[in-house]
Design a protein around this ligand. Structure first.
Ligand code: NAD
Length: 359
């Protein structure tokens, strides 16, 4: 099966490796999955059942001149060594998130890509999520005025999944797992320098890695944000909650249930009536009068970016810049390191962008 222009081998044919093969790469007209390499015999057998050649070793993959791309979908601890070996073998490399555990490892990969004149692109796929694109549209188009506060959360009740995600040496924990997505989205949306970082990590499940976290990030343009991941939440808070100078937007879930409520201005608007609240009376917390606010539907997002794999092909052919740029991925990884540090020291860390190292 070699009718497409580029041949790709998946290294690590587990949950995500097979999702790329069966979903994401099926939708791409230029890239053909020719085979896989996995250390587990069981996954080699699954590859053959699924119709893909099972390579016996990484060396065999890299020695195959027909292979143009290597996709890395192994646990996080081996991303670097596989990426550098593949780049040195003159393959283009696509790598699952988190790209590496430590930012210095990514710097080494970026140097290897440059040296070998090959592309290295990280699968930060949640830049394409509809819930995120909806919030980004609200942010960019100032649909609730100027957005000054963003809360981005994912919360589950199933603990840390699988095996290696529980262990530090494999790059486990929720900050590296889900945190990398939420932070990548935030930094892709807010075009401003980070001025302060504070965080708390959660270890309630007793693992050596974090089972969740809260990170408070402030930007130079005045935007504040709370990024939160939880795995012990039997009742979930909304996926997104954002406040702007003229309203509030909420998105509850990945099915984009939610709403926008904006403030109406004018002289004929009644003041809110005090309500009985618990054992007291309040006007501050009373609902606004009917005419004081409008409820709007969330905006629909149009496709404005190439899909991830279409962009990979355009980049390799010199027709486009990568949507996921390596220096952006590096910034996110450095932010994760700063979040770990802020939590450990229980301190606010200032001037992240002024002090971080660039490549
Ligand atoms: P998994 O445990 O289901 O699969 C990993 C596979 O890699 C296993 O089959 C394992 O045998 C194999 N493996 C381990 N070491 C190897 C090596 N040295 N060489 C070859 N194969 C090796 O894990 P997963 O959930 O598929 O996660 C894999 C990667 O994908 C991780 O980096 C994870 O963070 C990422 N991921 C990304 C998303 C996303 O939405 N982008 C979602 C899930 C997972």
């Amino acid at each position: 099966m070699k009718n497409k222009e580029y041949q790709l081998v998946i290294v690590g044919y587990g949950g995500m490796g097979s999702y790329h093969a069966k979903q994401l790469l099926k939708e791409n007209k230029n890239i053909n999955v020719v085979g896989t390499y996995d250390v587990m015999e069981e996954r080699k057998a699954a590859s053959i059942t699924d119709g893909y050649k099972a390579y016996e070793s990484l060396t065999a993959v890299l020695a195959d001149d027909d292979v143009d791309f290597v996709l890395i979908a192994t646990p996080n601890d081996v991303h670097k060594e596989i990426a550098i070996a593949a780049l040195n073998a003159k393959k283009h490399v696509i790598c699952e998130k988190p790209v590496t555990i430590y930012s210095e490892e990514l710097v080494e990969i970026m140097q290897a890509a440059k040296l070998n004149d090959r592309k290295f692109i990280v699968h930060q796929n949640r830049r394409w999520d509809e819930d995120f694109l909806t919030i980004r549209k609200i942010y960019d188009e100032q649909i609730i005025g100027e957005v000054f506060h963003i809360e981005s959360r994912v919360q589950g009740a199933n603990g840390i999944p699988g095996d290696w995600r529980h262990l530090k040496e494999f790059g486990g924990g929720m900050l590296l797992d889900w945190g990398v997505h939420l932070l990548d989205q935030l930094l892709f949306m807010v075009d401003s320098k980070i001025t302060s970082v504070y965080a708390q990590l959660s270890y309630v499940l007793g693992d050596e890695v974090d089972d969740g976290f809260q990170a408070f990030i402030t930007f130079e343009n005045g935007t504040t944000s709370l990024v939160e991941v939880g795995t012990t939440n039997f009742v979930q808070l909304p996926r997104w909650y954002t406040k702007g100078t003229q309203g509030t937007a909420v998105i509850h879930d990945w099915d984009i249930n939610g709403k926008i409520v904006t403030q109406n201005l004018g002289e004929n608007i009644e003041a809110p009536k005090p309500i009985k609240a618990g054992q007291g009376l309040t006007k501050t917390m009373a609902p606004p009068s009917e005419k004081a606010v409008s409820t709007l539907e969330l905006p629909k997002v149009e496709k404005t970016m190439e899909s991830f794999y279409d962009n990979v092909v355009s980049v390799v052919e010199g027709k486009a810049e990568p949507i996921v740029k390596n220096d952006e991925v590096l910034r996110v990884l450095q932010l994760i390191e700063t979040i770990f540090k802020a939590a450990e020291l229980n301190e606010v860390i200032k001037d992240f962008d002024k002090t971080r190292s660039h490549v």
